[in-house]
Design a protein around this ligand. Structure first.
Ligand SMILES: *Cc1c(COP(=O)(O)O)cnc(C)c1O
Length: 423
C-alpha cells in the first residue's frame, strides 16, 4: 500500500460520502476519532432542536399536537426513522428512554423464569451497565446473580466465539442478552446464527446495538431477533443523553410491557385516562412516561442524514477507513509494540479499531495534546473510530503520523499512565 499523504488525499477525492463532512461541526484544528462514544453535532440536528424550542416558545401546550413535529407522535416518528438502520418494521420500533432503562424494561417484559429455566445468559466482555441491569432484575425476581447470571467466557480477552455462546445455551437458560458489536474490540457477533440457535432451544434473545446502529447494517426482523435496544449518542450523533431506542419483534406486540405507564397506551385511548391500560399495538407500548422531547429533537436531523447517505454506503466507507488505519499502523508502527485487537475479517469488524499497548493511557494523553481525540479503555486499550460521515482518510494518515512521532520521540513518557475521570 502507498503510505504517502497524497494517497490519502486521493482516497478522499474518490469518497462518495465526502459531502456529508461539511454538515457537521468538525473542529478545525482537531481530529475527532471518538464518534463511537459521542458523535458530533450536525447542523441539521441543531436546526431540529431550535425548531422544537420554537414550538415550545410559540405554541406552548399546543406543541403536543401542532406544528411541524407534534410532540405527542415524535417518539413513534423517530422510531420509524430507525427502520432502515436496524432492518425492522416501523411498528416494531420506538424512540424512548436510555439504553439501560430500556434494558430494564425489556428484562421486565421478557425474563420469565419458570421451572428449571431461571438463568440469564450474557457475556464477560459486555458493558457493565448491561450486567448491572441484569443483576438487579434477577434480584427483583428473587434469584441470586452469582448463580443465575451465566457469562460466556472469552478465549483471548477480546472476542467471543459463536460456538462458545451456543454451547452456553443450556436447558436452564430463560433469556439471552448479548451485544451486536462488542464495545471494546469492536467484534460483530453473528446475530443471525445466534438467533437461530436460541430459537431452536426456545430461548428469547435480545441484542444491545449501542455500537452497531449507525455503523453496520442490521436485519433484526429478517433474523427474527426477539428484541433489541440501543443508544443514539454514539454513531447516530443524537447528542449527550439523546433518547434511545427499542425494537420488539411483531410476534410479541399487543400485550402489556413489564413496566407500564400512561405512554404505553394506545394513542387514541391515552386521554380517556382510564385505570385499565389499553396497551399500544406497537412497540410504542414499551414507553413509560412523557417523552424527553428536547432530547429527541436532534435525532430528527441526524436520522435524516443517515437516510440520505444510506447505511450500506456508510458501512463501505467505514470498512475502507478501518482497513486503511490498520494497514498504516502495521506498516508504520510495527516496532512500537501496538497490538490490534479488533477482528481483521470484514464480517466480524464493527466501526472502530481497538489497539492495546502497555502505555495506552499516556499515549492517549499525548494524542489529545496533539489535537487527536481517541478514547482510552482501562487498562490498556485505545479505541480509534474513524467515522464514515465526517472523518477523512487524510485524518487517518495524520493520526498514524502523529502516533509515530509520539512513539519515536517517546513523548508519551511525559504523561502519567493512568486514566482520567471519564475515559
Ligand atoms: C454506551 C453503552 C451503554 C450506555 O448506556 P446508557 O444507559 O445509554 O448510559 C450501555 N451498553 C452498552 C453496550 C454501551 O455501549
Amino acid at each position: 500500500m502507498d503510505t504517502s499523504r497524497q494517497y490519502a488525499i486521493t482516497l478522499d477525492h474518490q469518497d462518495p460520502l465526502q459531502r456529508f463532512r461539511k454538515e457537521f461541526y468538525v473542529t478545525k484544528d482537531k481530529i475527532y476519532l471518538d464518534g463511537n462514544s459521542l458523535g458530533l453535532l450536525s447542523k441539521r440536528s441543531e436546526q431540529a432542536v431550535l425548531s422544537i424550542l420554537g414550538a415550545w416558545k410559540n405554541d406552548a401546550i399546543d406543541g403536543w399536537t401542532m406544528g411541524k413535529h407534534p410532540w405527542f407522535y415524535l417518539s413513534e416518528k423517530v422510531g420509524e426513522a430507525f427502520a432502515p438502520l436496524v432492518g425492522a418494521k416501523p411498528d416494531e420500533l420506538i424512540a424512548t428512554g436510555s439504553t439501560t432503562t430500556n434494558l430494564h424494561q425489556l428484562l421486565a417484559s421478557f425474563y420469565k423464569p419458570e421451572g428449571k429455566k431461571t438463568k440469564i445468559l450474557a457475556d464477560e466482555l459486555n458493558f457493565p451497565s448491561d450486567i448491572y441491569a441484569i443483576k438487579s432484575q434477577l434480584q427483583l425476581k428473587g434469584f441470586s446473580p452469582d448463580e443465575h447470571l451465566v457469562k460466556v467466557k472469552s478465549r483471548d480477552g477480546h472476542t467471543l466465539t459463536t460456538e462458545d455462546i451456543i454451547a452456553s445455551m443450556t436447558d436452564d437458560i430463560a433469556l439471552i442478552i448479548l451485544p451486536g458489536v462488542l464495545y471494546r474490540s469492536g467484534q460483530i457477533l453473528d446475530m443471525r446464527t445466534l438467533t437461530v440457535a436460541a430459537c431452536e432451544r426456545g430461548i428469547p434473545i435480545g441484542f444491545d446495538l449501542c455500537h452497531s446502529i449507525g455503523s453496520i447494517p442490521n436485519y433484526l426482523s429478517e433474523w427474527n431477533v426477539d428484541f433489541a435496544f440501543w443508544c443514539t449518542y454514539k454513531h447516530l450523533n443524537g447528542g449527550p443523553g439523546s433518547v434511545a431506542g427499542i425494537y420488539v419483534n411483531e410476534k410479541h406486540l399487543g400485550s402489556e410491557p413489564g413496566l407500564s405507564g400512561w405512554f404505553s397506551s394506545k394513542k387514541d385511548k391515552q386521554f380517556d385516562l382510564e385505570h385499565q391500560l389499553t396497551p399500544a399495538p406497537t412497540a410504542g407500548a414499551y414507553q413509560i412516561g412523557t417523552p424527553h422531547v428536547l432530547s429527541l429533537a436532534p435525532l430528527i436531523g441526524s436520522l435524516e442524514i443517515f437516510q440520505e447517505a444510506g447505511i450500506q454506503a456508510i458501512r463501505q466507507k467505514s470498512l475502507a477507513l478501518t482497513d486503511y488505519l490498520i494497514a498504516l499502523m502495521e506498516m508504520e508502527l510495527s516496532e512500537f509494540g501496538f497490538k490490534i485487537a479488533s477482528p481483521m475479517e470484514h464480517l466480524s469488524r464493527g466501526g472502530h479499531v481497538y489497539v492495546t499497548h502497555p502505555n495506552a493511557a499516556s499515549i492517549c494523553k499525548a494524542l489529545k495534546d496533539a489535537g487527536i481525540i481517541p478514547d482510552f479503555r482501562s487498562p490498556n486499550g485505545i479505541r480509534l473510530a474513524p467515522v464514515a460521515l465526517y472523518n477523512t482518510f487524510e485524518e487517518v494518515w495524520q493520526t498514524v503520523e502523529v502516533l509515530k512521532q509520539i512513539m519515536r520521540d517517546q513523548k508519551y513518557k511525559k504523561y502519567e499512565n493512568t486514566r482520567g475521570v471519564i475515559a
